[in-house]
Design a binder for this molecule. Structure first.
Ligand SMILES: Nc1ncnc2c1ncn2[C@@H]1O[C@H](COP(=O)(O)OP(=O)(O)OP(=O)(O)O)[C@@H](O)[C@H]1O
Length: 535
């Protein structure tokens, strides 16, 4: 053993002269059970020891190759090492026991946390599915204690008056901060924008000049402009490069030249930038599809597809948000995402419970015009949003109401970008009391305090109904929705009645006895609204 160049002890220098007596004392111990202990411990295969042994071997071989002159001193080392090995075998034993113990303790604590989470989610009507879903947020303060949220963001949340996270924020913020992909469905007006912007800012940490790191897609310019504004508000005091893909930016910008951390765009404009090779999305770490079910509709999905391909970063985190999440979108999300977490607040595709909903039969198109004039005369409670099924009809109704001494305006896709922006701004500012609109502003648009939404024309789908009326009753405020209908719409009445009943509205029993009909795109040809004689 004395000359044994065992790898356990190699490379240790020992002054034999100075410690000769000690060596002699320990020498005879060599042959006792210590060495057997060593080998038994190694043989026992405690991974830790074996790993250390292999490491030692490797480093010894390396040193040997380098002709290391150090002498191995077994006696002293055997004692020290045998003691340390004996110790490590005892340690290993203790380690294993303590590992088992801590595992049991952890398991118990995990189960307790799991139960707490389940109770909390039930209280907030949060339903999750997916592997290992992070605990929901108890408060915004937890952003600091649990995630070290930067102070600028906490200060901005306070200044914006956000006291408590909404249910969707409570769950999706921890999911996204954990680097998980997710698809989320929560009622209209429940704070989904903050739910994806807040974790995005936290994960991006600081502004960088290395290219676009986050992309937020939504289906209309108005909504992308709104999200751009929300991002800027939340990122105040931090100089992130936050860009809105405007026509001008698309035409003239050289994205390689200016700092852009977060890009907000419609799919069409972003796809054009990709096609022109003006933009590099290979570094994008976060991709958000807002109003995702709209983006997955056939006419938009081609554009989305090219964006998804361009965002080639393998560690990208994608998330989908909407108040309606049809099964086909869920299926596609599951194909697209990896190990995604599904978060549903309330029930999928439900109208907001804060909105009082009414159905009014007007008999004919003339009846509709009479009904809306009467409602305005009796109880105009601005701001009011009026939805019609086409831009032609929106223009006709505007032509009828513009001289009715109410501040009315109209918005549709025939207007220029400037005119559409002005219409939205004037409505937001209260200069316009009644905004007549097509579905261009039916989704996502956050007009503070819209008291009433009037479906002048029957919505063409269940999701259109949910999103249109969801322009009112936002952020916990109450709202009202009136849906006018004529003979052509009667086959679909039951569908609306179901949505009304599901969101807690009083529905006359006769309505619930009507036949339910599959709701395809419902845009029947309707008589003209205009009462002006054809000139
Ligand atoms: N934690 C919060 N506390 C109070 N208000 C909030 C909170 N989070 C967001 N809000 C406000 O709620 C309103 C609705 O938010 P947001 O537009 O994000 O809703 P949404 O869920 O995206 O709605 P939609 O489905 O119609 O797009 C906004 O005015 C926003 O400022």
């Amino acid at each position: 053993m004395a000359n044994d160049s065992s790898f356990l002890f190699s490379g240790i220098r020992f002054n034999r002269k100075k410690f000769g007596a000690d060596i002699a004392r320990f020498q005879k111990k060599d042959n006792d059970t210590d060495s057997a202990k060593i080998w038994s411990v190694v043989r026992d295969g405690s991974a830790k020891t074996r790993e250390a042994v292999e490491e030692k071997t490797a480093s010894t071989k390396k040193r040997k190759r380098k002709g290391n002159s150090s002498e191995n001193v077994e006696g002293f080392n055997v004692f020290r090492n045998s003691a340390s090995v004996a110790q490590s075998s005892g340690e290993v034993q203790a380690d294993q026991e303590s590992i088992e113990l801590s595992k049991k303790k952890n398991k118990k604590e995990q189960n307790r946390q799991f139960e707490r989470d389940a109770i909390f989610r039930k209280q907030h009507n949060i339903h999750v599915s997916g592997y290992n879903v992070p605990s929901p947020l108890q408060s915004f303060d937890e952003l600091k204690s649990r995630y070290k949220c930067p102070s600028y963001l906490l200060r901005n949340l306070k200044e914006l008056g956000f006291r408590e996270p909404t249910p969707i924020q409570r769950q999706t913020i921890p999911v996204l901060l954990a680097g998980r992909e997710c698809f989320a469905c929560a009622p209209t007006g429940s704070g989904k924008t903050l739910a994806f912007v807040c974790p995005m800012l936290m994960k991006l940490k600081d502004p960088e000049k290395g290219g676009i790191r986050a992309v937020i897609l939504c289906h209309t310019r108005e909504l992308s402009a709104q999200i751009f504004r929300e991002c800027k508000k939340l990122a105040k005091r931090k100089k992130f490069g936050i860009k809105l893909m405007t026509k001008n930016l698309l035409r003239n910008a050289d994205f390689s030249k200016f700092p852009c951390d977060i890009l907000i765009s419609t799919p069409l404009r972003l796809r054009l930038a990709i096609k022109k090779k003006k933009i590099d999305l290979s570094r994008v770490e976060y991709l958000v599809l807002d109003e995702s079910d709209k983006l997955f509709e056939p006419e938009l999905f081609k554009q989305i597809d090219s964006v998804l391909k361009a965002c080639s970063n393998p560690s990208i985190i994608r998330s989908l948000f909407s108040a309606t999440l049809p099964d086909f979108v869920e299926d596609r999300a599951r194909e697209l995402m990896h190990d995604a977490v599904r978060v549903i607040v309330g029930r999928k595709n439900m109208a907001s419970e804060t909105i009082k909903q009414k159905l009014i039969f007007t008999g004919s198109e003339e009846g509709k015009l009479l009904a809306i004039r009467q409602s305005f005369a009796e109880s105009l409670n601005p701001p009011v949003l009026v939805f019609l099924q086409s831009k032609e009809r929106a223009k006709e109704l505007y032509g009828e109401l513009e001289f009715d001494n109410i501040r009315v305006d109209v918005i549709h896709s025939d207007l220029s970008e400037q005119e559409r922006g002005n219409a939205v701004d004037n409505f937001r500012a209260g200069k316009t009391w009644v905004l007549i609109a097509t579905d261009v502003v039916a989704r996502g648009m956050d007009f503070k305090g819209v008291n009433c939404v009037i479906n002048y024309d029957f919505p063409d789908s269940a999701s259109a109904y949910v999103h249109r009326i969801g322009r009112s009753g936002r952020a916990g405020r109450s709202g009202e929705a009136i849906t006018l209908y004529t003979e052509e719409d009667i086959p679909l009445l039951r569908n609306v009645a179901n949505l009304m009943a599901a969101s807690g509205c009083e529905v006359p029993p006769w309505l619930m006895e009507l036949q339910k009909k599959k709701w395809k795109k419902h845009r029947p040809k309707r008589d003209s609204i205009s009462t002006k004689p054809d000139l």
